[in-house]
Design a binder for this molecule. Structure first.
Ligand SMILES: NC(=O)c1ccc[n+]([C@@H]2O[C@H](COP(=O)([O-])OP(=O)(O)OC[C@H]3O[C@@H](n4cnc5c(N)ncnc54)[C@H](OP(=O)(O)O)[C@@H]3O)[C@@H](O)[C@H]2O)c1
Length: 293
């Protein structure tokens, strides 16, 4: 098959297709002349857009990974934050390279290599990718703005807080990560190139700034309660989350407190032609989640 320019239609494998970025990517690619292979561990098509059936993979069975990427030009690789992320991503990278996929677009994370999950996991996967003979693009986004959704219940109960202090973070909308991924996947120049892009929203905010913005939008006083990391850990464990999730959340608070992801890059605009969506826009779109019941 070929497109209107006479070029062969790109065939793209999308791992994590049912997830946050993956599903936004499928929407972004909906009008493009591409063939999509949507990878999932789940054979039901319910979590995928209509018309797309999953290609079922089992990360413990390398042959299923190889079969899923066979004959595709590019692999988009995103994986949820779970214990076997490193092994699973590496297994899929190896399957893709062995199958002759020319370019891998991997979602990583912005920031220095830190001894903190999932930063250390991404450092390990990136290092593995760099040792394989394949073109790749690392997308290193700052923290996703929709992490605020998991704070919404606390906001509406008046108990929102944490150990982020007055540190700032430049939150990014996952739709912008997907738009960048689309641009990179559709780019046919230099498939063997190896690149890394740092992706941020349009400006950094502290949790106190976000509380002020929510107060304005909801027309009521919203407070971010400052806690020590120890106090916050206990609050999180009391909600019933696992130790790993509590530590991931505390890791985020540390990132915010130290303003590790506070810089602003122009990459989203340069690669997509549109400015990144702001955290304030996202709050407006999702305001109902923060309202008192
Ligand atoms: N959260 C942030 O603020 C942030 C910021 C920067 C970078 N990141 C990185 O972005 C990635 C997460 O992206 P996302 O939010 O789009 O992912 P996600 O929605 O959490 O998950 C993506 C897919 O992973 C699969 N998955 C779920 N559990 C799994 C498991 N135990 N084993 C194997 N696969 C599993 C699921 O697909 P199936 O069920 O269909 O198999 C899911 O749809 C992570 O690597 C994270 O480090 C996150």
């Amino acid at each position: 098959m070929s497109d209107t320019t006479g070029e062969r239609t790109l065939r793209i494998s999308v791992a994590g297709a049912t997830g946050r970025i993956g599903s936004a990517l499928l929407s972004a690619l909906a009008g493009d002349d591409v063939e999509i292979v949507a990878l999932s561990r789940d054979q039901s098509a319910e979590r995928l857009p209509r018309g797309i059936t999953p290609t079922v993979v089992d990360f413990e069975q390398a042959s299923t990974l190889r079969k899923a990427v066979e004959g595709t030009d590019k692999l988009f690789l995103v994986h949820g934050t779970y214990g076997r992320q490193v092994q699973n991503e590496i297994a899929l990278i190896d399957a893709a390279v062995d199958a002759g996929v020319s370019h891998i677009v991997k979602v990583s994370v912005m920031g220095p290599p830190l001894a903190l999950h999932p930063f250390d996991w991404h450092t390990e996967i990136e290092a593995h990718l760099s040792r394989r003979d394949v073109g790749y693009t690392l997308l290193r986004p700052s923290t996703f703005v929709d992490i605020l959704k998991s704070r919404a219940a606390f906001v509406s109960q008046g108990t929102w807080g944490g150990a982020a202090g007055d540190g700032r973070v430049n939150l990014i909308d996952t739709r912008d990560v997907a738009d960048v991924a689309r641009a990179v996947l559709l780019d046919r120049t230099d498939p063997g190139a190896q690149r890394a892009y740092h992706l941020t929203g349009p400006g950094a905010l502290s949790m106190v700034d976000i509380a002020a913005e929510l107060s304005r939008l909801l027309d009521e006083e919203i407070t971010y309660h400052h806690r020590t990391p120890g106090e916050q850990r206990q609050v999180l464990l009391n909600t019933g989350v696992s130790e790993m999730i509590a530590d991931l959340q505390l890791g985020l608070d540390r990132l915010f407190r130290l303003s590790i992801q506070a810089e602003t890059t122009s990459t989203v605009f340069e690669l997509t032609g549109h400015p990144p969506r702001s955290a304030i826009e996202w709050l407006k779109e999702n305001l109902s989640a923060f309202k008192r019941v």
